[in-house]
Write a new protein. Sequence first.
Length: 380
Amino acid sequence: MSEPPGPAPEQPERLGRVLTTRAIVLAGLIVVVVALGTLGLLLALFGAGTPADQAQLDVFRATGNVVLGAGGAVALVLAARRQRLGELELRRKEQELAQRDHAQKHVEQVASDNAAHQRRLAEDARVDAVERRITELYTKAADQLGSEKTPIRLAGLYALERLAQSTPGQRQTIVNLLCGYLRLPFTLPSGPPAGRTSEEELEVRGTAQRILADHLFPGDAPDATRPEFWPGITLNLTGAVLCHFDFRGCRVHNVRFGGARFAGWTRFEDVEFTGYAIFGGSTFDRSANFVRARFHGRAVFRGTTFRSNAMFDEAAFSGEALFGGARMVDGVPHPDGADFGGTASFAGATFERDVVLEHARVADEAAGHVWPSRGACPAG
């Protein structure tokens, strides 16, 4: 806040009292009367015209000149005094004007500060209201996911999707919630009477998968992304049961699928993992399609079971590609290789670093496998 203006500056000291018009007129009349009286007196005393009178008149003339000179000097002093008084009055007015300007600027600054303070209060109130609204929507949607009724759970998923789309800062939190839901224990439907309930839950889980896939798909244009795309997302689906998992063309950061079960076909073609990709210990019940997938970080498939075909054709691995090797457990190495139950194909795959297939196993050595150019072939 600005400080109030200080006390008014002291006025310059006035030099005497100001002459009034009346005093000046009266003084002029006195001078005229004295002059006329003096003239009459001189004519009465020295009007005879003798040499002595002439000399005395010269003396009086000289004295008059001196008096006139003194009067002129007094006039100059009075004029200087008037000039000084005028300057002092002008300075006083300038100081008064500067003081008024200072006071006006202070009033304007105070008003500006108050307005800025009010705007900050309004913005803080708006932010608080928005955060409360987000918290209420998030809490309500999370509660809906715990409902026993399928339509309510679906409504909760769609509410979370809308909230994440409108509030980018909440996207990772909402994705974590969706992943947490997919990690809940789930048994695939195997027929009535439990089949109907399981199929309804399968629909809800499929919706959660589609929401993730839709918002992790950047679009087909190489130089532009879809407005629905959520960049930089990390997924943790460790131990989740995923049915017909379709992540074609998606772009995601770090992913954890360790111990997950991929029921039905699985499609990861053209997917881009910008961070690490952990699939260790996961199971693919049917074909696993990683054609043209791009792994920018470490790719771990140790202990992964491919019960059908595993296709990594034209995949690109920028980091380590671990399909086998040994894990250290309490300092003891444990062989842990991928298990290929069907055909494994790495045709056209590129590896910028090591590819490890040690301890990996195949069910049928004559199944037409295509292995990477580096790394040992798995044992039968």
